[in-house]
Design a protein around this ligand. Structure first.
Ligand SMILES: *Cc1c(COP(=O)(O)O)cnc(C)c1O
Length: 290
């Protein structure tokens, strides 16, 4: 059994910087969502990958409860030493062999990157035998709206294709019908960096439009399917509707205007991240000097 370590404190200067950044992002989220159509309050997930637990504590003490992490081990380590009230969102590449470890995190709130039947089955099974969790784990299915090879996720839907035959519908049906320990809540996309950086203020972002169209088609399809009529799906906070997670530091305002319910902001709150290699080298160095 590991005893939780106490988290080192951020310097006063760093704490002030984080609180100011958080305040600014909150204000921008509020301003952008005031002009959107969805009506419900969007959720801000602070993406803390590569950032120390001391940074997370500052945001937590400032009222931020939702945090996103990309790497399973980093998430496990942070979840162990940080408050249980934190709602962790896993937003990294999901591998079936990590299902057990993830299912063991008591305050893992949502997996936003589900994209295979195999991973859903593995997660459901691991959750069934997990003693550290009582409520179902929320999942969002990742959609590769930009069609880039390097991005994970399933193909978006279009009105001309057969929805029931799509990988997306098959996965969603599997989760709703066969995975009682998972709660299907909606869809997530990352989108192309190109589109997000170069879209002008007025121009619509094609990735966000595609996720929205996919969400609408999927929701309409689910409403007509018997397996779905008997089950719970969607988000309780959003009146049983499917939610969309889209928008990062460079494009969350455009995403909110397109109807996003969850934005994932890292750099805008925590500043630039180091490269993976630098972080690794630093860990090795501390391990040696301590
Ligand atoms: C890193 C990451 C983010 C945050 O990106 P920023 O540009 O730093 O805001 C959001 N979503 C996913 C899936 C990420 O991997």
């Amino acid at each position: 059994m590991t005893i939780p370590m106490s988290v080192p404190k951020a310097s006063n200067e760093r704490a002030q910087e984080l609180r100011e950044n958080l305040q600014e992002i909150r204000q921008r989220v509020q301003d952008a969502s005031a002009s959107s159509s969805s009506g419900t309050r969007p959720k801000l997930v602070a993406v803390s990958k590569y950032k120390p637990s001391s940074d997370i504590m500052v945001c937590y003490e400032d009222g931020q409860l939702d945090f996103g992490e990309n790497y399973v081990q980093e998430l496990v380590d942070k979840a162990k030493e940080l408050p249980l009230e934190i709602r962790w969102h896993f937003i990294g590449t999901l591998q079936s062999n990590k299902a057990k470890v993830l299912a063991g995190i008591p305050n893992l709130h949502t997996i936003q990157t589900l994209s295979s039947v195999k991973a859903a089955t593995a997660l459901n099974k691991a959750l069934a035998s997990s003693t550290s969790r009582t409520s179902p784990l929320n999942v969002l299915v990742q959609v590769n709206t930009s069609g880039e090879d390097a991005k994970s996720g399933l193909s978006p839907l279009s009105s001309s294709s057969s929805i029931a035959e799509s990988d997306l519908a098959k996965l969603v049906k599997h989760v709703i019908a066969n995975c009682p320990h998972l709660q299907f809540q909606g869809l997530m996309t990352i989108g192309s960096l190109e589109l997000s950086l170069h879209a002008s203020e007025t121009e619509k972002n094609a990735d966000f439009e595609k996720l929205r169209e996919t969400r609408d088609l999927l929701q309409e399809w689910l409403r007509g399917e018997e397996f779905a009529a008997k089950a719970q799906w969607g988000s309780a906070e959003h009146g049983g509707n499917l939610v969309m997670s889209m928008g990062m530091s460079s494009d969350f305002e455009a995403a909110l205007k397109a109807g996003s319910d969850i934005v994932r902001v890292g750099t805008g709150i925590f500043g630039q991240r180091k490269m993976k290699e630098e972080v690794k080298a630093e860990r090795v160095k501390t391990a040696v000097t301590v």
